[in-house]
Design a binder for this molecule. Sequence first.
Ligand code: PHE
Length: 366
Amino acid sequence: MSDYPALQARLVADIGAAPDLDALESLRVAALGKTGSVSALLKTLGAMSTEERQEQGPQIHALREAVTTAIAERKAALEGAALEAKLADERLDMTLPAAETPRGSVHPVSQVMDELAEIFADMGFAVATGPEIEDDWRNFTALNIPETHPARAMHDTFYFPSQMKDAEGRAMLLRTHTSPVQIRTMMEKAPPIRIIAPGRVYRSDSDATHTPMFHQVEGLVIDRGIHMGHLKWTLETFLKAYFERDDIVLRLRPSYFPFTEPSAEVDVGYAVEKGRRIVGGSGDDEGHAWMELLGSGMVNRHVIANCGLDPDEWQGFAFGAGIDRLAMLKYGMDDLRAFFDGDLRWLSHYGFGALSVPTLSGGISA
Ligand code: PHE
């Protein structure tokens, strides 16, 4: 009979001293492989008498168990060490200049969305989103645009085929504005609310300044005691930050939207420098050029009530602006269709560096 404990001690010591995974594998084969020493011992069990087997069987099995465990432990230790060595060896110095200049550019629409998020975040606004496939209630009815309302005709809506219906059995549609995100936000979150909602919207319309898909940004504030002064200050602060100039003046013209009352169309005025024409602007006597930029107003109390809030307690303002138009005015493009052509020459000319993130401190469009 072999001295199992001595054999085990020797094998376990060798395993513990294996310098690498290859050496460990050789030891494993030598002990547990087909012709290995421990396997050979296991084979002797068959030729033993019942008594011998009862005595030696458990010892041989224990030996195999101990060797197997030792191998697993050594393997884990060696692999851990190998990983540590690899991590130490492959360390990257992130402060080194890039070996290759990053390719591609940030689309002006994405750039402007980032600028908007940065500007409004500074005023405490969060970014909200909603789906582009919307139901009739959120796109129209909840916004105080009932079925028979002429305002529905103002939106050239894309409706889905009749198989796609909402809970009320009405055809789903591509949202015609970002205003349904007002509804979604008021339904989901308790006031006070301060959000902007940038995103794609769709209308059946196409020429140099209209594409069937375009981008809007919605703004919504709901709180106690909100009035037009808050709206005007917010828009003025936003537009000064966005156009990166202080000489901006606003003109609020009375207007009509079913979801705001009163409503105002907002024009922005630039001080006109002699001989300089501003795209889309029309001059006045005071040396200003005016550009129509956004729709706005105090949230209609019906809309607040439609979302389950008490309009006597909660008031707010909302605004909506075309992002593509904001981009065109600031960065000087004159054809909206080029925004969506994917022409690499246009993109590399008007695009923004992938690594330049707009910040208020570092410059919004720097
Ligand atoms: N939803 C309006 C539009 O698309 C814009 C708007 C938004 C007006 C919010 C007032 C308040 O024309």
